[in-house]
Design a protein around this ligand. Structure first.
Ligand SMILES: *Cc1c(COP(=O)(O)O)cnc(C)c1O
Length: 418
């Protein structure tokens, strides 16, 4: 859907909601009355059914079933089941994705494992400005494995890949940038790296659940991603890891634990990796969190990812058009690509008073977030954000600016989580 021509009105956005083919998905969520939630890219909203599932899991399965529930309530294969549900929205096979640990930990496993598959090569390429945990883990693994980490600006990534030549081991990139929302060409970069004999690890934190990712069509090697952002798995939900089946045999991940063993309940002293994706597991799953994520994923069961994508592109286009229409001369600068196809499911604005402005807007119930030093981030989770929400958010933002509402000490005090 394209934004109307000429001056956009609130009426127009009501019409856009009326014509939205996935408007009904909003009913699948518990949303706070009166708030507009534009932070599903940081913590997804609560899908209906999760609370009930957890209540059964705690009261009945844990409380009454106790240890029997690992078998009787089918707890044990929950990481595989949740992995399969994620695989379906990432263009992977059901048994190529598993849910466990955090992105940070899974990235560590993949990096070391992938470097062990390219022992004679010494260069890891990544991006300056990548998500900090990715940078820290990349650097740590490079040091640990005697490799060189080359971080370059996004527009220099392809040149850095070519320059590494046959010393290129790994390229590690975040598909959709967490601050700007800029999207890398997964297919093109994967091919370029593989032509040189390297391997690619994609971080899908801001892709899974909002873009129609096609891991196998892109011949991707490895990926990690987040359970608590667009997948709505709940605060600190476990992450996921993808390994292309062709790498199952060569993969040798370093965090060897009993759940990654071929026979965890044989309790042998020698480690023997599981031949399947299960080898990526380390210890016992955080069971309640895994069950919450598994339940949350039902939202996507019957959803066409292309429709989700079309909607978040349209929401972003509308937001940008309204920034231009309503916030002119207020010193906002667009930090995201203007063209929808190069932009993920968010729009970021730069403003030197960004922190205070965001706090003032949040106080009005418009919930986005702030990323240092000066970025206001607005995420558009297609399943529950409406077109009218975009209109109302911009109207509040304009009020906050016109009345200098942000210019108060209480909005400038930094809290622990931004
Ligand atoms: C949110 C996010 C993470 C989070 O990592 P965890 O270890 O799961 O907390 C990692 N990478 C990117 C790009 C992110 O956006």
């Amino acid at each position: 859907m394209t934004a109307p021509v000429g001056k956009i009105t609130r009426e127009d956005t009501i019409k856009m909601d009326g014509a939205d083919p996935i408007a009904h998905l909003r009913e699948r969520f518990e949303l706070p009355e009166g708030d507009i939630y534009l932070d599903g890219n940081s913590l997804g909203a609560l899908p209906l059914g999760v609370m009930e599932r957890l209540e059964v899991a705690v009261k009945k399965e844990w409380g009454q079933g106790l240890i029997r529930s690992w078998n009787d309530a089918d707890w044990y294969p929950a990481p595989q089941r949740a992995g399969a549900a994620i695989a379906r929205i990432l263009g992977a096979d059901d048994d190529e994705v598993i849910v466990c640990d955090s992105i940070s930990v899974n990235l560590f496993k993949l990096l070391v494992g992938a470097l062990r598959m390219r022992k004679d090569r010494k260069i890891i390429v990544s991006e300056i400005g990548n998500f900090p945990t990715d940078v820290y883990i990349n650097q740590e693994v490079a040091d640990l494995m005697g490799c060189e980490l080359r971080c370059v600006m996004p527009e220099e990534v392809e040149a850095a890949i070519s320059a590494a030549g046959d010393n290129l081991a790994i390229v590690q990139l975040t598909h959709v940038h967490y601050k700007t929302g800029r999207i890398y060409d997964m297919q093109g970069i994967t091919k370029k790296v593989q032509d040189l004999g390297g391997l690619v690890i994609w971080d899908l934190a801001h892709s899974a659940g909002c873009l129609p990712v096609q891991l196998n069509d892109c011949n991707a090697d490895f990926a990690v991603g987040c359970g608590y952002k667009y997948l709505n798995g709940g605060p600190g939900a476990p992450a996921f890891v993808f390994v292309a089946r062709r790498h199952f045999e060569a993969m040798d991940q370093p965090l060897r634990g009993w759940h990654g063993h071929a026979e965890p309940f044989a309790f042998t002293q020698e480690y023997k990796p599981h031949p399947t994706i299960d080898q990526m597991l380390t210890g016992t799953a955080s069971q309640l969190a895994t069950l919450a994520l598994e339940t949350a994923l039902k939202v996507f069961e019957d959803v066409d990812m292309n429709l989700l994508r079309q909607k978040n592109m349209a929401l972003g286009d509308l937001f940008i058009a309204l920034v231009e229409q309503e916030l002119g001369g207020m010193n906002f600068e667009l930090a995201s690509p203007k063209e929808a196809e190069h932009r993920g499911s968010q729009v970021s604005l730069i403003h030197e008073e960004g922190y205070a402005i965001m706090q003032a807007v949040i106080a009005r119930g418009i919930i986005g977030d702030f990323r240092a030093p000066d970025i206001l981030r607005f995420g558009f989770a297609s399943p529950y954000v409406r077109y009218i929400d975009i209109w109302d958010s911009i109207a509040h933002l304009r009020d906050v600016m016109e009345m200098r509402e942000w210019d108060q000490p209480k909005f400038k005090e930094r809290r622990a989580v931004t």
